[in-house]
Design a protein around this ligand. Structure first.
Ligand code: PLP
Length: 418
């Protein structure tokens, strides 16, 4: 593969689109104008189904149905019905996944639940380079439990494996790193965690919807993740939490609200947890946002995850091939592993002037993002992107870098959200 250059699409790229078994999925999404949208790892685009879904939810179920809709429209069971559907996309059997709250809140519940399963152990292990909210929450959990210490990869030891021992209660680990796009071997690391007798909490924010996640098969204990990234369920849509059925009886979590009660409508005085996955719930969930989760799932759930994963790898591999020479010529560093098995669904490139480069690309309709201090991120979604999109993104990237057009002062102005 040569380097992408100019507006004309090479024949081998058109051929790839013609042979793509997932090409039909693109029509299920609204991608504005002719944007090449590479920020689906931050906020996925709207699935077309969401427009009718929201109309029905607001007009029929809320406006007309009012409280009757808790039963008649199945509002109360949405969290676990949607959880089961999402579970299929992450290798979870039914009854082990619920949709609720935010990732941050679910990290809190998952860490506390992990600690509750390993009383007497004294450390939580996480990655120093993790998405910060996971670490902020872990800090808070440790601060609230005297005797519990937080140990970080990259700070307390170079490799996470070296921090896991007989003192470890819980290991919180990202399946795909939000900055580098590197993918962990879930089964292998879970085996190491279990060999030390500890609990594995997997963060799937950057893998759910694009990687063929196999939670049950990998022996994962707990997992949390986001629905507004590659699952395309809407800005701030509720997150998910998974707990393997073998832990349901023993685990506890501290946000013991009425939705997690064994009999919420008995209005008993004391807390008595639900016997299953619903014990991870706390209170009333945002029903309108949950309806958008249904729309997001419906856009991809009829396709095997292995096919989405294969196309995702083909896209990230193609992009790397098409920009490699440019990066080498201009001293930009590829942060994402070249080895497909070690890669999620994004390509990250380190460059001190990455911010204006991203702005220059956005001005051309190529939308990636920037993470301080120097990371340009390009997320590739197999659901709504074509290989032609990959080529256009690479050609624009090569041109912006080669010509130095990113040096225009208008691209240096910083916005609040990068
Ligand atoms: C996106 C993301 C989050 C987001 O957390 P919220 O509570 O939804 O704001 C958390 N962790 C990781 C690893 C993420 O990528």
């Amino acid at each position: 593969m040569t380097r992408a250059h100019g507006p004309d699409l090479p024949v081998d790229i058109s051929n790839r689109d013609a042979a793509d078994p997932l090409a039909h999925l693109k029509a299920r999404f609204h991608v504005p104008g002719d944007l090449v949208y590479l920020a689906g790892n931050s906020l996925g685009p709207a699935p077309l189904a969401v427009f009718d879904e929201m109309q029905a939810a607001v007009r029929n179920e809320w406006a007309e149905g009012l409280i009757r809709s808790w039963n008649e429209a199945g509002w109360f069971s949405l969290v676990d019905r949607l959880g089961d559907r999402l579970g299929k996309l992450i290798g979870s059997d039914a009854g082990q996944t619920v949709i609720c709250d935010s990732v941050s809140i679910n990290v809190y519940k998952a860490l506390q639940a992990g600690l509750s399963l390993r009383p007497g152990r004294t450390t939580i292990v996480a990655e120093g380079g993790s998405f910060p909210t996971d670490l902020y929450v872990a800090e808070g959990v440790a601060a609230g439990r005297p005797g519990i210490k937080l140990l970080l990869e990259g700070v307390d030891a170079e490799r996470i494996e070296d921090l896991i021992d007989e003192n470890t209660a819980v290991v919180l680990v990202n399946h795909v790193d939000y900055k580098t796009g590197a993918l962990r071997d879930m089964a292998a690391l879970t085996r190491i965690i279990h060999a030390a007798g500890a609990i594995a909490v997997w963060d799937l924010c950057h893998s759910a919807g694009v990687v063929d996640v196999q939670l049950d098969a990998a022996g994962a204990d707990l997992a949390i993740g986001c629905t507004y990234k590659y699952l395309n369920c809407g800005p701030g849509s509720p997150a998910f939490i998974y707990a393997a059925a073998r832990h349901h009886e023993a685990l506890s979590q501290p946000l013991t609200g009425w939705w997690g009660h064994a009999a919420p409508f008995a209005f008993e005085r004391g807390y008595r947890p639900d016997g299953g996955i619903r014990k991870l719930l706390s209170g009333t969930q945002p029903i309108l946002s949950l309806r958008a989760v249904g729309a997001g799932l419906s856009a991809i759930e009829d396709v095997p995850m292995a096919e989405l994963r294969a196309k995702s790898l083909a896209m990230t591999g193609l992009f790397i091939d098409l920009i490699d020479e440019t990066c080498k010529a201009h001293g930009l560093t590829l942060m994402t592993p070249r080895e497909p098995a070690l890669r999620g669904s994004q390509v990250s490139i380190a460059f001190a002037d990455g911010y204006p480069v991203i702005q220059a690309l956005i001005a051309r309709g190529i939308v990636g993002d920037f993470r301080a201090p120097d990371t340009m991120r390009f997320g590739f979604s197999p659901s709504y992107m074509s290989f032609a999109d990959v080529y256009r993104a690479a050609a624009a990237f090569n041109e912006v870098i080669d010509t130095g057009s990113w040096r225009d002062p208008r691209f240096a102005k910083r916005n609040a959200v990068t």
